[in-house]
Design a protein around this ligand. Structure first.
Ligand SMILES: Nc1nc2c(ncn2[C@@H]2O[C@H](COP(=O)(O)OP(=O)(O)OP(=O)(O)O)[C@@H](O)[C@H]2O)c(=O)[nH]1
Ligand SMILES: [Mg+2]
Length: 572
């Protein structure tokens, strides 16, 4: 829809509102409100502890939202503009009630400490703040971090995604981008009309490491989002201090620049997308319900039941798919453990061989102290290289194994959904636009790891002992001591690498299972609802059924007209 065509949007929103149910109507009312006031909804997203709340505070210019070292933000908080005397927190409860509190209460309702496991049943928090940035047509949503020990925080952050227009994605250099972080980034990129990528906690890094981290992050972002995005290095914490932070200043300048120049176009595009998504979903639902309710005779009932069974079978397959993913992960874990047990004696023998050769040649005539010192340098180098090669091989194997199962599951779901579509066409004679399976796992699951720099930790022989040992005898003692360390060092380093791989495998598996669940329920939930509705209509008597049917037909017609109007607007 073109900007000129946007004049028709409020009317379209009204029309869609009349066709939608209660939940969708709330979504539409929020869209309408933002469109009327030219207010862009910017989500601040990222994994736990990246400094999201601190960044929002930096944008506000003061510490409004609680930030801390343990997983903290528990409920998404929408920060909106308020007049100086009218700052405060509006808490909406899951019961439907809402209540106003002073600004400081945000910690009581919005954090894991004040509201553990969301025991206070908070549905949403709106924080009214008097801050200049909020006067520029924006509401900023601070989300709970994903991927922390609190699974409900991830779920709450997930639920906040579909309502956003634009996003600020917060990453940090340490630890590097994880598999689940990539997944989140991919989804956020797909849902936002403008995306700002921030590399926070830059104050931890020296210039060289920062340049490296930036390059790495930019490459990951380009790979995940398919576009090359600028990455803003900054320190949100320092931005809140008296001295400020030049990186933050640069980011804030571009962000407010976008709000001033690109916000309205972005908002219009975003609203158009939101409306189209919703209208298309509703149309599928209505068309299916209408068709299923209208089909005459007993044969039709059987056909509808057959279609329902198809849909149910797909839903049931979800559990199989989850089991498959978990089983594959277990197999990969077993293989990893076996490989580590195998590698230890093999690597120890190979390294002992190389070290012995070195002791017999290069280090044959040197004093005992040098045997120890130089020998250690060689030893740690050999262990580091061997373990790293092993780790890379294992990581590649794990990624391959996970991709394989993901590919298999995605293909199965695709086939299932194709069958659902075919069944809808055959049994009920309608074309469904959706379901379509969601996105796949990212190509690279991100098995990163760095060798522990403190490999070289065992004590050297005490100086006095070393000095007193006579030449040949001292050399033998030093040599034996060195060789005796090989097996332990190989074992401990392999252990670390294995632990790292195990952790990442568990993380990737969790993500895969969550993905499977989401793909299945996204694809079938509304259709199943439509069939229930049709069953209700078929069971009702006399002119009641006719009335409901006429209503469904009218809704379908209006949704088609509405989608055509959106389309005529020109935006793809
Ligand atoms: N050194 C440094 N620390 C920071 C920076 N930004 C945030 N932190 C610290 O990182 C910790 C986490 O910050 P939060 O803002 O609570 O992070 P969050 O992403 O909102 O965390 P959750 O809500 O739990 O997901 C706090 O101890 C902050 O002080 C920064 O730029 N530099
Ligand atoms: Mg937070």
């Amino acid at each position: 829809m073109t900007t000129a065509g946007m004049a028709a949007m409020p009317a379209l929103l009204d029309r869609l509102g009349e066709l939608a149910d209660e939940d969708d109507r709330e979504t539409l009312a929020a869209l309408r409100d933002r469109l009327d006031s030219g207010r862009l909804r910017v989500l601040v997203a990222g994994e736990a502890k990246r400094g999201k709340s601190t960044l929002v505070n930096a944008l506000l210019g003061r510490e409004v939202l609680p930030a801390g070292v343990i997983p903290l933000t528990a409920v998404p908080a929408t920060v909106v503009r308020a007049r100086a005397g009218e700052e405060g927190v509006e808490v909406a409860f899951t019961t439907g009630k809402s209540e106003r509190f002073p600004l400081a209460a945000v910690a009581d309702f919005g954090t894991e400490r004040g509201n553990p496991g969301n025991c206070r049943n908070v549905a949403a928090i709106t924080v009214g703040v008097d801050a200049p940035i909020l006067g520029r047509g924006v509401e900023i949503v601070d989300t709970p971090g994903t991927g922390s020990v609190h699974a409900h925080n991830t779920a709450a952050a997930d639920a906040a995604l579909p309502s956003m227009d634009a996003a600020i994605f917060v990453l940090t250099a340490d630890p590097p981008v994880s598999a689940s972080e990539r997944d989140l980034l991919r989804r956020v990129a797909g849902l936002s009309v403008a995306l700002f990528i921030v590399l926070n906690k830059a104050d931890y890094l020296d210039e060289l490491s920062l340049a490296e981290a930036l390059e790495f992050t930019a490459a990951v972002v380009a790979e995940v989002t398919g576009r090359s995005e600028r990455v803003y290095p900054l320190s949100a914490r320092q931005a809140l201090g008296i001295a400020g932070d030049p990186g933050f200043t640069a980011f804030a300048a571009d962000f407010t620049g976008y709000l001033d120049a690109g916000r309205i176009a972005g908002l219009e595009l975003s609203v158009t997308r939101h409306v189209r998504r919703l209208a298309q979903q509703l149309l599928d639902e209505v068309a299916l319900a209408e068709r299923a309710a209208r089909m005459p005779g007993d044969a039709a009932a059987a056909q509808i039941a057959a279609f329902g069974a198809r849909l149910e079978a797909v839903t049931a397959r979800r559990l199989d798919a989850e089991d498959l993913a978990t089983a594959q992960s277990r197999r990969l874990l077993e293989a990893l453990n076996e490989a580590a047990d195998d590698a230890r004696p093999r690597q120890a023998a190979a390294i002992t061989g190389k070290l012995t050769e070195l002791l017999d040649t290069e280090l044959a005539g040197v004093p005992p102290a040098d045997i120890e010192r130089q020998g250690r340098v060689h030893l740690t180098g050999l262990v580091a290289a061997a373990v790293e090669a092993w780790r890379q091989g294992q990581a590649a194997g794990l990624e391959h194994g996970l991709r394989e199962i993901d590919g298999k599951l995605a293909a199965e779901l695709e086939a299932d959904l194709a069958a659902v579509r075919a069944a809808a066409a055959d049994l009920l004679g309608i074309d469904l636009a959706v379901p379509a399976p969601g996105d796949r796992l990212p190509a690279d699951l991100g098995f990163f790891y760095t060798m522990d720099e403190r490999v070289d930790q065992s004590e050297l022989l005490a100086g006095t002992v070393r000095r007193r040992l006579p030449g040949e005898y001292g050399r033998r003692v030093a040599r034996d001591r060195l060789l005796a360390q090989v097996s332990d060092l190989v074992g401990s380093q392999l252990g670390r690498a294995r632990g790292d791989l195990q952790y990442r495998l568990a993380e990737a598996t969790r993500e895969l299972v969550a993905d499977v669940r989401r793909r299945y329920s996204d694809s079938t939930q509304r259709l199943a609802g439509a069939l229930d509705r049709a069953a209700g209509i078929r069971a009702s008597v006399g002119d009641q059924a006719e009335r409901q049917l006429a209503e469904l037909a009218a809704r379908a017609g209006e949704l088609r007209a509405l989608l055509a109007d959106l389309h005529d607007g020109g935006d793809a």
